[in-house]
Write a protein that binds this ligand. Structure first.
Ligand code: SF4
Length: 326
């Protein structure tokens, strides 16, 4: 017997898998990549958690579909920020369900806990998520199963309901105790990861979609750097540290061109390819204002790695660009 678990890399989904694996079920840990995971590459961590409980790790990329069908038109609205959690979960389960026959799985598992999150995990919302996914009661939530109506895997005796749990609410106490019992190590704090739940990220998203259509290649530009919206609508992004610089360097969107100053330690920056001349000049000065450049000296700035070269001085008043900060 095999099950597919929706796997986020977090402790709850790892525990849910462990409870089912301990009942002799093979589990595929399905990580559904919607594009808004944390800025760190968590693959290694996820594989590590799977190895600890004996689940098989599988990742699928649904970024295009998520942007097209869910992110901007969630039927059940957003949580506190840009997170359409109910629709997002429902969509993930629907996709997992559609993979069941191909993967030879008989049911689905999730690490959801009743009452843990205000929007997506109150008992009513769990039902809505199941309905959205058209899960036909094949969805088992091992951590809260005893508080929920009986699912097919329990009814048919594929899993023993008595060995499942009745955890509810936001306290992590029971999960931490279980993790200790199971000998799990290196797990992350809860709810880490989804940038859509973060206020500043949500603000950048709202700003982006006011001016442009968000495409998959644009997502990474929102994850890194200090963001500015310039007077004619161009976007300027300046790296704040080495991680930002390398993150911005990996952005593949044709909507942006890069800027980097020469002769002074320079952050890496992106500017909208459609920027006006005024905006570009402003961006050059802004970039230099985030370096230790001498305010009386002119510096060379490489546009797209040297495709063009510009010369500029930093602003005399380094506060100047702040009014355009997002
Ligand atoms: S937190 Fe993010 S990934 Fe999780 S359900 Fe909500 S929107 Fe989807």
């Amino acid at each position: 017997m095999k099950a597919i678990a929706l796997f986020s890399g977090g402790l709850d989904s790892t525990l849910a898998m462990k409870l089912v694996i301990d009942q002799g079920i093979d589990v595929i840990a399905l990580y559904v990549n919607i594009g808004f995971g944390s800025t760190r590459d968590r693959r290694e961590h996820m594989v590590n958690m799977c190895n600890q409980v004996g689940a098989e790790f599988l990742e699928i990329d649904i970024r295009e579909q998520f942007l097209r069908d869910i992110l901007f038109s969630p039927k059940h609205g957003y949580g506190k920020n840009f997170n359409p959690c109910i629709d997002c979960h429902g969509n993930m389960f629907k996709i997992a369900k559609s993979m069941m026959s191909e993967l030879g799985a008989s049911f689905l598992i999730s690490g959801e806990v009743a009452g843990q999150r205000p929007m997506s995990q109150n008992i009513k919302a769990l039902k809505v998520v199941g309905d959205l996914a058209d899960s036909e009661n094949l969805l088992l939530r091992p951590l809260s199963a005893k508080l929920l109506s009986i699912s097919i895997p329990e009814e048919r005796g594929w899993v023993n309901r008595e060995k499942l749990l009745d955890i509810s609410g936001r306290s992590r106490e029971k999960q931490l105790k279980l993790a200790e019992e199971f000998g799990l190590v290196d797990f992350e704090p809860p709810a880490g990861g989804c940038l859509l739940t973060e206020p500043y990220f949500a603000k950048k998203m709202r700003d982006f979609v006011k001016f442009d259509q968000l495409e998959v290649e644009d997502i990474d530009s929102l994850k890194f750097g200090r963001h500015f919206r310039l007077k004619d609508g161009a976007k300027l992004i300046i790296g704040r540290n080495l991680d930002d610089n390398s993150g911005l360097q990996s952005v593949k969107s044709s909507k942006f061109s890069s800027l980097e100053a020469v002769g002074v330690k320079s952050p890496f920056a992106l500017i909208s390819s459609s920027a006006s001349e005024d905006e570009l000049n402003f961006a050059l000065q802004t970039l230099l204002s985030y370096t230790k450049a001498d305010i009386d000296q002119e510096y060379k700035i490489l546009f797209n790695g040297g495709e063009r070269e510009y010369f500029a001085k930093p602003f005399k008043n380094r506060e100047n660009p702040r009014e355009f900060a997002i």
